[in-house]
Write a protein that binds this ligand. Structure first.
Ligand code: NA7
Length: 566
């Protein structure tokens, strides 16, 4: 038992208590464990549903799964030894490599001993009288903790549409986010992929080149995919990255999107299409998210966006041989980047193959899944395998599925009936001592995630340290601060083109979810300044409470102490 443990509650021998319980052992949970345990000396438990570390990179192991951020900034920046020890092999890291990196980080920091794998949180309830959290898990255990920290990722609850007959399919089927650990063989199989978001766009070319008998893609909305231009990194690349790590991370941590580059030009407004192409072409050749950041007003100016969108449409038409098919693949219903902008490797060229075909479900909707395939309004397609690349109940889905109950039994589900309400995407009024790493209403999914994760973990760890050093028992956003942040979120989003698209950013991919823009689009740079200032002003907007007055029968107050001398 750690010197700083709060074990010893009067609830009985099976009760095990911690200073902090963290849910999730991906990028964020691992770093939060390290900060709280190794730097503050607190007793910490991580609860993880999977059998290993990795979070999203544990689950999303479908062929072609690759990060769209460049590898040298898709990692922790806080530990020089880790940076020295690790070399990325490609410009964009493939799933097995990210997973290997996170395994190395967990071993390097000796994190596994405080992670309980294969365990799911079923309920987390705030005990008003004790001022602590009770966390129940599917193995029948309950642990009590002072702080409850969610590190559950933003895209962790897979979504499969409620197609009639889905269970009746007699072939092999899965969602990309629940991909099996054993290799999947597509050879000589009739394969269907449903969905053409970032995931579908990655897996479709991989299946097409795995010798299937035929691959049929079911598309509802065409997407604007930009070439990734992935390539192996050589020794010279790595040397250059190492020599410039400080500058690279400084740039990434102070930029609007968490990448080490900013927009090259302010706007395309007033420019001729020829001038626009001259600016876009080099960035198209460079590939990746740098293309998206050619013009700074891409998501605020309809004129700029339409010009960039038109450029991409032209590229699609140039690549796809069959003009009718090309038109089906050309997006017209939304502005570029108002849905998550995918990167691709050979996506459009894949449709030039004879063994690949496209079903536009806006023309011929899926009516039901049958034992032998998919029936549309036109015909029945027979398949051996169906891959659902149909996305996630994003941002709030995983939090809501944990049955989180705050003060007076208020559930998060009730609280967020009309959409998420938070203060800074970090805390929730009515849910004291709970922190959400990259929660809704923070920049999260609009940025390079490890950068936003580091900012959040460090902010939360500093807040916990402040509380402990000052004998403060509870921290909770005020109702006013939360309301004002929620209104600010909506107002900033309304100044952009984002609300014009049906996207998972807007919650519109899940039936009956309230339509509201969920991440914070005010810019990661401004956001980070804001949360820093809030802390500097003594956690402005949070109510800090020194004692829990009605501890009742819970006995002694927790005895949290931060390790001295650090
Ligand atoms: P997305 O981006 O939510 O894509 C899901 C895809 O599935 C998208 O093309 C959807 O079409 C399609 N979809 C969803 N429901 C249906 C139905 N009922 N019929 C046909 N097609 C459907 O999820 P991804 O996994 O690709 O990406 C999620 C994030 O993971 C990604 O942004 C990265 O950050 C990593 P729609 O466009 O809604 O018409």
């Amino acid at each position: 038992m750690s010197e700083t443990s709060i074990r010893g509650s009067s609830e009985g021998p099976e009760q095990t208590d911690y200073d902090a319980v963290i849910v999730g052992a991906g990028f964020s949970g691992l770093y939060e464990l390290h900060r709280l345990r190794d730097e503050l000396g607190l007793s910490v438990k991580v609860i993880e549903k999977a059998s290993d570390v990795g979070g999203t990179w544990y689950w999303n192991r479908y062929p072609g799964a690759r990060c769209d951020s460049e590898s040298h900034v898709y990692c922790y920046s806080f530990n020089d030894e880790l940076l020295d020890e690790w070399d990325w092999s490609e410009r964009y890291p493939e799933q097995p490599e990210v997973l290997e990196y996170l395994r190395l980080a967990a071993d390097h920091l000796d994190l596994r001993r405080d992670i309980e794998f294969d365990t799911e949180v079923t309920t987390a309830e705030f005990d008003d009288s004790a001022g602590t959290w009770k966390i129940h898990t599917d193995d029948g255990e309950t642990v009590r903790s002072q702080f409850f920290i969610t590190a559950v990722g933003c895209l962790s609850k897979p979504f499969i549409p409620d197609f009639e007959g889905i269970e009746s399919f007699e072939g092999w089927w899965t969602h990309t986010g629940k991909w099996p650990h054993d290799p999947v063989d597509f050879e000589d199989k009739q394969v269907a992929v449903v969905g053409t978001g970032a995931t579908g766009i990655q897996i479709i070319p991989e299946i097409a080149t795995s010798n299937p008998a035929h691959l049929t893609v079911f598309q509802r909305t065409p997407n604007y995919a930009v070439p990734a231009r992935n390539r192996p990194l050589d020794e010279d690349d790595r040397a250059e990255i190492r020599d410039n790590y400080d500058e690279i991370f400084d740039l990434a941590h102070s930029s609007g999107f968490g990448h080490p580059f900013e927009a090259a030009y302010d706007t395309a407004e007033g420019l001729s299409m020829e001038e626009v192409e001259k600016r876009l072409e080099p960035r198209w050749e460079e590939g990746g998210f740098r293309f998206m950041l050619t013009f700074g007003d891409l998501v605020t100016s309809a004129e700029t966006n339409e010009k960039v969108s038109e450029f991409i449409r032209h590229k699609i038409r140039e690549t796809v041989d069959d003009p009718d098919l090309a038109e089906k693949l050309v997006p017209r219903d939304h502005y570029y980047a108002t849905k998550r902008p995918p990167l691709h490797t050979d996506y459009y060229r894949t449709y030039n193959r004879d063994d690949v075909s496209l079903v536009d479900v806006t023309e011929t909707p899926i009516e039901r899944i049958t034992p032998s395939g998919i029936r549309t309004s036109e015909t029945e397609h027979e398949f051996d395998m169906i891959v659902y690349a149909t996305g996630f109940d994003a941002m709030t889905g995983t939090l809501l599925q944990m049955d989180i109950q705050g003060r007076n039994g208020l559930t998060l589900e009730e609280k967020w009936e009309d959409g998420p309400k938070t203060y800074l995407g970090l805390g929730i009024h009515g849910f004291p001592n709970m922190f959400t790493i990259t929660g809704p209403q923070s920049p999260s999914v609009l940025t390079n995630m490890p950068v936003s994760i580091e900012h959040h973990v460090e902010w939360i760890s500093d807040a916990v340290e402040h509380l402990v050093r000052n004998d403060i028992r509870l921290i909770e956003p005020t109702k006013e601060a939360e309301e004002s942040w929620t209104v600010h979120n909506r107002q900033v989003a309304e100044q952009t083109l984002y609300p014009t698209a049906d996207s998972w950013y807007m919650n519109q991919n899940i039936p009956d979810k309230p339509t509201v823009f969920t991440p914070y689009i005010g810019g990661a740079d401004l956001y980070h300044d804001t949360i820093r200032e809030v802390a500097e002003k003594g956690y402005e907007g949070f109510e800090l409470t020194e004692s829990v007055t009605n501890l009742g029968q819970q006995g002694e107050q927790p005895r949290l102490r931060v390790m001295e001398g650090d």
